[in-house]
Design a protein. Sequence first.
Length: 409
Amino acid sequence: MSNFIFAEQNGRAIPFEDKIFGINRKAKELEAKIGKDAVVNATIGSLLDDGGKLIVLSSVVEVLKSLDPVDYADYAPIGGTAEFKNAVKKAAFGNFEPDCFTGVVATPGGTGAIRNTISNFSKYGDEILTSDWFWAPYSTIAQEIGRKIATYELFDGNRQFNISSFSEKARELMDRQGRLVVIINTPAHNPTGYSLTVGDWDKVIESLKSVCTGERKATILIDAAYIDFAGDAEECRSFLPKLEKLPENILPVIAYSLSKTFTLYGMRSGAMMCLTQNKGIADEFVRVCEFSARGTWSNCPRSAMTVLSRIYADEALLKKVDDERKGYRDMLLRRGKSFESAAKGAGLAIVPFDAGFFASIPCNNPDEIGEKLQKDGIFLVPLAKGLRVSVASISEERCRAIPGKVRDA
Ligand code: PLP
């Protein structure tokens, strides 16, 4: 041990080990000791096959293998290549053609988009609003740049989106800050699997309009990391038209990720896209977000940009990728629904679930129950309000088996 602590905390709470990676490590250690069949590792946020192997879209791999050396060796423009920007808009919007200006900037995954939105549309010390069930890295990202996360209750007593909690918290923060960044992870929210309905969206928009008076402004960050695993591609995008004609002081920003959709997790590709009726706001969005990109990761991998551009330039190839993904999406949906109905059968309450990689079980002592389950070889992620189960990383059979064991624990 040294007498010196070199690292400055700068207001951050830095743990010794990332919680999820720590539990995953323990699960792996146990697997090595007693064998894979005896361990259920439902911690991982990647789509795995029933044998625990990472699913990689072979149609995407084919494109990757066809790249020229310059496609992976060369720098890409800071904001992304023109072909990528076009392709990523199509990927994010589907059949929806926004009747407004759109600013697009490439980011390393959805994470980069979240980071750049917080850094550019809030001030140091601001609180960023998201739901009480939330993806922990939101807090890491906020802390990294001198912000904090504040939360509203995602569900009310009737298991509906809790618009009154949202509105109350939005008003409180707006009164204090005069500006607000809200993060909404939908469809197929991590960690609950909930997707906001079109009706929920109407309420959120009305609520923000009512607090955005005078000089006040709000940025809605739609974290769409799971949009292509949430169900029918068009139905999942039915909320998008709500975003194209918002007043000038409400800016929707979509964080789109290639990690899950194209199984390119490690290639760090995604984009942030704003929709606005005002060209000046779209231009400013691109200028400030490119500046932030330059000052953090600089540019993003060109290879992933080329892969996406090629897929969207070739209808047959796009169909192949979409069809292949659909097979896996259906598998994931079956797993999620099996988990949901097994929970019901076991009398285990879960939070409202629609689709996606995760489902959650509310409980008062998640760490204690999590550890108890580990003794049975079941590894889940304890969160502040319950336990998260990654249905993406376990078989349908295991999805059916877990609820009874959790109830017993
Ligand atoms: N948002 C949520 C809720 C996630 O769970 C993830 C990944 O796990 C992301 C965003 C972004 O991931 P990436 O940076 O790999 O695109």
